[in-house]
Design a binder for this molecule. Sequence first.
Ligand SMILES: [Fe+2]
Length: 272
Amino acid sequence: MSHVLDPEYYERACGAEGRRSVEAAMAEIARMGERLSARKVDALVVVADDHLNAFSFNCVPAICVSTGRTVQRMIQDHAEAFDKVLDHMPQTYALHEHLANAILDQGLATGFDLALSWEAPVDHAFLSPVNTLHGSRPIPPLVPIWVNCFVAPQPTARRCFAFGQHLARVVAGSPWNVGLIATGGLSHFPELSLPRVGETDTVFDRKLIHWMEHGEHEPLLELGGDELHKTGSHEFLNWLVLLGAVTPSRATVRYFGELPRINLAAVEWSLP
Ligand SMILES: [Fe+2]
């Protein structure tokens, strides 16, 4: 699902149509959250990217797992408008430390030497979706996972997908009932690509949606870093982790909306 979920922000960026569109997406995400809560999950894995605010250029992990007992909401002195929506959200979130450690430990045995963090705080990419999903209901223990979507060289689409398969194996071998979300996008150009802010590539996003709806994941594995960068769908790497975990399930598209600033999406997979 998209992770900038702030009607005020979209109204400023795209006018009344922006507000209408994000409110429609958020309503669908809230309904997805009701279905998620009905499944009574023990943990919720959240795959999102660092916006160069949790980490910095002194270390850019390809994939990093948050572990420990709790994680803190990010507090920024000069927050982007869409991080200001975090201000009214809870400050501390429980983590599912045992699941996080299983992902890390079993990763070592299967070729994933993952970074780990006890300290990195979580921003809108994690907390806007999590809070929109749950509303006033309790939030299950989280396992936040960051994927490097911004700083070249990023992990490949195939690597992200394989990591999702690793997550699925860990969960399948565990005693826990686990939900998984991936956030970001779709096509947009953040301030890091200043000349293209305000553009989207809807033709490309519709291709992604088509492949996900049909459970055709092979073409998605061929996506190159350049292509994701050129189309503004760099955050789709997070989605590829989820696809690896649920493959070959087909997606149900709950919302897809084109805006000049960003294409919004809410997509659901239900496993038997
Ligand atoms: Fe983002």
